[in-house]
Design a protein around this ligand. Structure first.
Ligand code: OGA
Ligand code: ZN
Ligand code: ZN
Length: 541
């Protein structure tokens, strides 16, 4: 990064370069001197200071910011979990009331829309207009020529096949809009008719299958603009977009598929072969999850990815859904803001609940042990992800510590890593996973290490497999995260003393280091939350 001065300077966080309130940049890229160069570089714990030539400007960068990986585009397949019907034991779902009352539940549900493409909210009162409340719980309603909401039921003069009792094949809604509605909601008020069952297909998965099986067809669909059209007495909408849209990196980003509103393609070339090949993949029965909406069910899905369908129903039967559109960017924003507090609430509950239990026969509780480890990490200038890993390294013990002391390996590194993977990327989960192995490793390679272990730690060493063999130690050292795991281990070994009380925040009475909870799917520990402003210094050191 020091070798890309324009980039580095463009990201200067100082209050002269960025408005301290909004964080927005105050200069134009052309304001930077043509002969900009890095002058002096001063390295400090957790920070790097750069003095610039020729203008003498000074910038201070956090080290964890400098090394953060590029964020993933959540709209593209890179941010998704692709599925076929058999991959989903059951549809992701939640009860409307629980969803409203629990931030953690809202995070889980909105994350499911983002990762899997859909969710089913149950027990939304089966009353007209409630679908708008659901949309507004995570974003903004997109009003269209159909209104803020639309009724899906049999109409006398239907302007859309959706408003008949016919079957509807898997499709994108409103493909004739640009931008297309990115989220669709369908709320079931009545479903007493014979038939009228629902189906969903992961269009990204189908597109990925086509890419693997018939790359030429895939390529044709990504580069052929297709006109989609809708018209009635007062509306005329046209969008010209490919059936499969890829981002500049080649990742699938949007699927737009709707035979009903497909316009006339001029100069089709080989398009129809590709179109039919894709349609055949989409029609594979194993790709479609099927279910039946019951009154009160509200389906929320990603209309740029999933295709939705219904079977025909008897025309006289009572079936009434209300639908609305909203957008993914609003949902992503709601999710990000919720995460700031929801992850912390859950973690804090672990510290104030099970964390108050004894730590393996040492003089401290588990919560104290972990907070001490974090304070030691922070005091040694460790980057945020390691402070977080130290703070949370024994999360896997919280319900298995007694087991370990009775002589059964609870594999708490692995279970802890699993829990943390909900919020953190591998830079946090891997050192946690490996911190037990790191003890066995240090016993093998570092003379004198084993003799310094506490009594309890020596006992658990035996349960966990004893010192590593030479081959095991070599294999361990080669693992990504091994060096970080060793660092965690050393703080872990030290953090067992009554005297070493971690500092406590004056306001909340609790200690949290300056680490951050992270968005797991971004695979990094980008600062999402400053847990506390306390800068740790560890008494007694
Ligand atoms: C729609 C639609 C599905 C259904 O209105 O866009 O696809 O189950 N309806 O009626
Ligand atoms: Zn539809
Ligand atoms: Zn520990």
């Amino acid at each position: 990064m020091l070798d890309n001065p324009m980039w580095l300077r463009d990201n200067c966080p100082c209050p002269g370069c960025r408005d301290p309130h909004s964080g927005q940049k105050l200069f134009q890229i052309t304001d930077l001197p043509d002969d900009l160069a890095v002058g002096e570089v001063t390295e400090r714990a957790g920070e790097v200071e750069v003095t610039w030539s020729p203008d003498g400007h000074r910038s201070v960068y956090r080290r964890d910011w400098l090394t953060a990986p590029a964020p993933v585009d959540h709209r593209s397949e890179a941010g998704k979990r692709l599925w076929a019907a058999a991959d989903l034991a059951e549809a992701p779902h939640a009860d409307w009331h629980t969803y409203l009352s629990s931030a953690a539940e809202r995070v889980r549900i909105l994350e499911a829309v983002r990762r899997l493409g859909f969710v089913l909210l149950r027990a939304v009162p089966a009353e007209e207009g409630r679908v708008l409340e659901v949309a507004r719980s995570f974003g903004y309603v997109r009003e269209t020529n159909y209104g803020t909401l639309f009724d899906v039921r049999v109409e006398p003069t239907p302007g859309n096949l959706a408003f008949t009792s016919r079957a509807i094949a898997p499709h994108t809604d409103n493909p004739y809009r640009d931008p297309v509605p990115t989220i669709q909601l369908l709320h079931c008020l009545t479903n007493a008719a014979e038939g009228g069952d629902s189906g969903l297909v992961d269009g990204f998965h189908a597109a990925a299958l086509l890419r693997a099986e018939d790359p030429e067809a895939f390529a044709v669909l990504t580069r052929t603009p297709v006109p989609f059209v809708y018209r009635d007495a007062r509306t005329e909408l046209t969008a010209v977009r490919p059936l499969i849209d890829v981002d500049p990196l080649g990742n699938i980003r949007e699927v737009r598929f709707n035979n009903r509103s497909f316009g006339t393609l001029r100069s089709p070339g080989t398009f129809y072969d590709a179109y039919r090949a894709f349609a055949k993949v989409l029609a594979r029965p194993e790709l479609m999850v099927t279910f039946r909406l019951a009154p009160g069910d509200c389906l929320i899905f990603d209309n740029t990815r999933l295709l939705h369908a219904r079977t025909a129903f008897e025309q006289s039967g009572a079936r009434h859904l209300q639908g609305a559109y909203a957008d993914l960017d609003g949902l992503a924003s709601t999710l990000a803001v919720l995460r700031r507090t929801a992850a912390l609430d859950e973690l804090e509950a672990l510290f104030t609940g099970p964390g108050t239990g004894d730590y393996l026969g040492e003089a401290v509780t588990m919560a104290e042990h972990m907070r001490q480890a974090a304070a030691l990490a922070e005091a040694s200038g460790a980057p945020a992800h390691l402070v977080a890993a130290a703070l949370l390294h024994d999360i896997g013990h919280l319900d298995g510590g007694a087991e370990l002391m009775s002589g059964v390996d609870n594999r708490h590194g692995h279970t802890g890593a699993q829990v943390l993977a909900r919020w953190f990327g591998p830079e946090v989960t891997e050192p946690v996973r490996l911190h037990v192995a790191a003890k066995r490793y240090l016993c093998a390679v570092e003379p004198g290490y084993r003799a310094r272990l506490s009594e309890a730690s020596e006992f658990t060493l035996q349960v966990q497999g004893g010192p590593m063999s030479e081959e095991e130690a070599a294999a361990f050292a080669a693992l990504p995260g091994a060096a970080d795991a060793v660092a965690i281990r050393r703080w872990d070994d030290e953090a067992r003393s009554r005297a070493r009380r971690p500092p406590v925040s004056a306001t909340s009475g609790r200690y949290w280091p300056r680490c951050c909870a992270a968005d797991r799917s971004r695979d990094n520990v980008e600062v999402a939350i400053e847990l506390c402003t306390v800068n740790a210094t560890v008494p007694g050191r």
